[in-house]
Write a protein that binds this ligand. Structure first.
Ligand SMILES: Nc1ncnc2c1ncn2[C@@H]1O[C@H](COP(=O)(O)OP(=O)(O)OP(=O)(O)O)[C@@H](O)[C@H]1O
Ligand code: SF4
Ligand SMILES: [Mg+2]
Length: 379
């Protein structure tokens, strides 16, 4: 079966620094040879620490930015070769929802206008039926039709995210990229939005690329998971297989950072050493080698390829065949090394930033916290 979306060897480098004459002197290697596919109706989660390239991949596969290298196909058609008309049709098939629904919803438009806009843009519904369609969309995401007369700033964070989802659904897409869709929301609202996304997926057959730094959230929504580290995908597998038995040392470290619900439950921890490197000057060979407890000489010079086993579980590690099973990793002395503590902090940072501000999914609730610095503007 042809994948809905297929990305092959995507590369995107940004100018990191310039000389006093404006010439680039260093590049941020944000995405450096990333390949994956998404099947119709499935959820592929893209996970990794802040700055590993998740949002850049999202923008590349929507052609919001152009790759330096690589191929992208949608339903077997070459996305990078599409002309204006084909691209317009693709923009209907593929939508994006951002972390901060406040920044991506126009404050000068009513919710009704926001939802009608894509219908007009893509000439989907005759003018006399637009209001009815807007009301249907609002009901689909669990909002009252009267919400159409109000402005986005009158709603809580959870409700604004529902409006953003309704706007994405207006064009009846096949794929929605959800870039940290619940990170800015109060913990109590997150599960409502995740349940809504899952429910909509079942009813409408949507595929999602679900970008998140929060593996606890990913565990509940993903069919497959791709783990990213510094511009590379280091492991891809079915969610169940990855959470049960992660193979790449980086995946293991990330998973061991998920809080255990039962305090008495014991879980092994993989302790990482070394500094977190920068995408401006990534380590040679395996980009995880400065922090990997299993590093050997070969890792410092040779980039490991993402190789599949017979089940389709892909891992990019020179030593994946010889590492102990995840369950057999010896626990540390119970404490956290400073490096692992920083890693966990990196994963929890945005979560903490979103926990104050939206106490309830009620229309009268105050605004969500300030927009995430990296939140891109809406499209
Ligand atoms: N327009 C840009 N110009 C220069 N550097 C950029 C640009 N966009 C992203 N980067 C850099 O590329 C790297 C990857 O950024 P990206 O936003 O894709 O990461 P991310 O995984 O989405 O992080 P986060 O979890 O914080 O959202 C980072 O080092 C970032 O600073
Ligand atoms: S290739 Fe080497 S450094 Fe990289 S994850 Fe595997 S063992 Fe660690
Ligand atoms: Mg991002």
């Amino acid at each position: 079966m042809t994948a809905l979306l297929e990305a092959k060897n995507l590369v995107k480098h940004f100018v990191g620094t310039r000389s006093m004459f404006g010439r680039p002197t260093a590049f941020v290697r944000a995405v450096d040879g990333v390949s994956f596919n998404v099947k119709a109706g499935e959820t592929l989660a893209l996970v990794g620490e802040s700055g590993c390239g998740k949002s850049t991949v999202s923008r590349l596969v929507l052609r919001l930015i152009e790759p330096d290298q690589g191929e992208i196909s949608f339903e077997g058609r070459d996305l990078l070769a599409m002309g204006a008309n084909e691209l317009r049709a693709f923009r209907r098939d593929a939508q994006i929802i951002f972390q901060d629904p406040y920044a991506s919803l126009n404050p000068r438009m009513t919710v009704g206008q926001i939802l009608a806009e894509p219908l007009v843009l893509h000439d989907l519904v005759p003018a006399e039926q637009r209001q009815k369609r807007v009301e249907e969309l609002l009901r689909l995401v669990g909002l009252e039709p009267r919400a159409a007369r109000r402005y986005a700033h009158e709603f809580s964070g959870g409700q604004r995210q529902r409006i953003a989802i309704a706007r994405a659904l207006a064009v009846e897409p096949k794929l929605i990229i959800c870039d940290e869709p619940v990170s800015a929301l109060d913990v109590s609202i997150r599960s409502q939005i995740l349940n809504l996304l899952r429910d909509l997926q079942q009813r409408l057959g949507l595929a999602y690329i679900f970008v998140s730094h929060d593996l606890a959230v990913v565990k509940h929504i993903a069919d497959r998971v791709a783990v990213m580290n510094l511009g590379h995908i280091v492991e891809t597998a079915d969610a169940e297989a990855l959470f049960a038995s992660p193979r790449h040392p980086y995946s293991r470290a990330l998973l061991s950072a998920i809080p255990v619900p039962k305090p008495q439950a014991k879980r092994s921890r993989l302790v990482l050493e070394g500094e977190i490197p920068s995408a401006l000057n990534p380590p040679s060979g395996c980009r995880f080698h400065t922090r990997c407890p299993y590093v050997i000489d070969r890792c410092r010079s040779e980039l490991p390829q993402l190789l599949s086993d017979s089940s389709g579980h892909l891992t990019a590690c020179h030593r994946s065949g010889e590492l102990p099973p995840a369950d057999a990793i010896l626990p540390s002395d119970g404490g956290l090394s400073p490096t692992l503590a920083r890693l966990i902090a990196a994963f929890n940072r945005m979560e903490e930033a979103g926990t104050s501000g939206v106490g309830t999914d009620d229309a009268t609730a105050p605004h969500a916290t300030a927009p995430h610095a990296n939140a891109p503007a809406g499209i």
